[in-house]
Ligand binder design. Structure first.
Ligand SMILES: NC(=O)c1ccc[n+]([C@@H]2O[C@H](COP(=O)([O-])OP(=O)(O)OC[C@H]3O[C@@H](n4cnc5c(N)ncnc54)[C@H](OP(=O)(O)O)[C@@H]3O)[C@@H](O)[C@H]2O)c1
Length: 329
């Protein structure tokens, strides 16, 4: 049986992306569950893979797509049977194992999470790795003891995938959210999601003093570089910062002062290899704490053929919220 997939190949070191017709026999043998993917998405990392901007893909040819949601067609894994609705995030899928920007994927049953009650496969991909990472960030802050009474929470990269879902979650949980964005024209969108105040990201993106006026109880950062450093410098005594992303840069040109003079804590967030128990907790909490109308407001939908352009757009910081991909159109 043939299926359509976003196939990445490499030619003289350059990545080429195309929608191709493949045969099920071509799917790599590794994996014990065959999934009819219904929806995938375009995350920042998918943009890196599709454009070849960073060496995300480590086997060629590769089917793109680090996220997928769909229905099990066949399984020899004890936990899954035909008809089950499943969600896949990360585990190197779309990097070292053929991914889910595809109508079919052969995946390991150990990687799959059951679609939470109340979510469609489209909802799960509207959330995707970006949204599930936003939830992992909020969970990390909660484990470290943060409550809404502690004070304001800064969200950087606010109009992006991680940022927009983080705003929606924190707003619903009762936090006063300050959104840092380069798209100040999106202020109304960010306020509707749950932000109380908008600041221009330029105020955070250049080198600053190691200790600045104490303001935030916590930060959810997906931007890295000087933005993360300035965020650390503006967190109050004993405050918390989660770091998951590098939209500004992978560098961290920081000073020790906030850590040793204000006792702030930097919490690293990884979604790709996060343990299964934490994934399941994150998905359950998303089902509980992400308001459906806010998820709908931050989601746009495209077909598989549009995913290449969306991958290019996300690299330019041009995507608002989350892009869900209907792989069957
Ligand atoms: N650790 C993990 O497991 C994990 C998981 C998911 C994502 N991530 C990482 O998190 C980051 C965000 O992912 P995403 O899917 O949310 O991407 P995204 O949708 O593109 O959002 C990133 C946002 O960052 C802001 N931004 C872009 N370029 C910037 C720059 N040069 N300086 C400052 N801000 C900039 C933009 O927001 P504004 O226009 O509003 O400023 C942009 O929308 C990526 O680096 C991604 O790889 C990591």
């Amino acid at each position: 049986m043939t299926f359509r997939a976003l196939l990445l190949t490499q030619n003289d070191g350059a990545t080429q992306a195309q929608v191709a017709d493949l045969d099920e026999d071509q799917l790599p043998a590794e994996g014990d569950v065959l999934v009819a993917v219904e929806y995938s998405t375009v995350n920042y990392k998918d943009g890196l893979a599709i454009t070849g901007r960073a060496p995300v893909v480590r086997k060629w040819p590769m089917v793109a797509g680090i996220d997928g949601a769909g229905t099990v067609l066949a399984s020899s894994h004890p936990r899954w049977k035909a008809g089950d609705k499943v969600v896949l995030n990360g585990y190197g899928v779309g990097e070292t194992h053929w991914g889910c920007l595809s109508q079919r994927a052969r995946l390991k049953g150990d990687w799959l999470v059951a679609l939470p009650d109340g979510f469609s496969t489209r909802d799960a991909m509207a959330i995707g790795t970006a949204g599930y990472t936003a939830m992992l960030s909020v969970l990390a802050l909660e484990r470290a003891g943060l409550t809404p009474d502690d004070g304001e929470v800064l969200v950087t990269g606010a109009s992006g995938g991680v940022g927009s879902v983080a705003i929606a979650l924190l707003g619903k949980l009762g936090y006063r959210v300050v959104a840092s964005t380069g798209k100040t024209a999106e202020a109304d969108f960010l306020k509707a999601l749950g932000a109380a105040e908008i600041i221009d990201r330029n105020t955070l993106s250049s080198p600053g003093k190691p200790l600045q006026k104490e303001r935030f109880a916590a930060v959810v950062d997906s931007v890295g570089s000087h933005t993360l450093v300035n965020a650390c410098a503006q967190v109050r005594y004993g405050g918390l910062i989660t770091a998951c992303g590098l939209a500004q840069g992978m560098d961290f040109p920081a000073n020790m002062a906030p850590f040793i003079l204000r006792g702030v804590t930097l919490l690293g967030i990884d979604s790709v290899m996060a343990p299964m128990a934490r994934r399941e907790q994150a998905w359950q909490r998303l089902a509980q704490d992400l308001a459906p109308d806010r998820l709908a407001a931050l989601t746009s939908e495209i077909g598989l053929g549009d995913a290449i352009a969306a991958g290019q757009r996300i690299m330019e910081g041009g995507v608002r919220g989350r892009v869900v991909v209907d792989v069957n159109r």
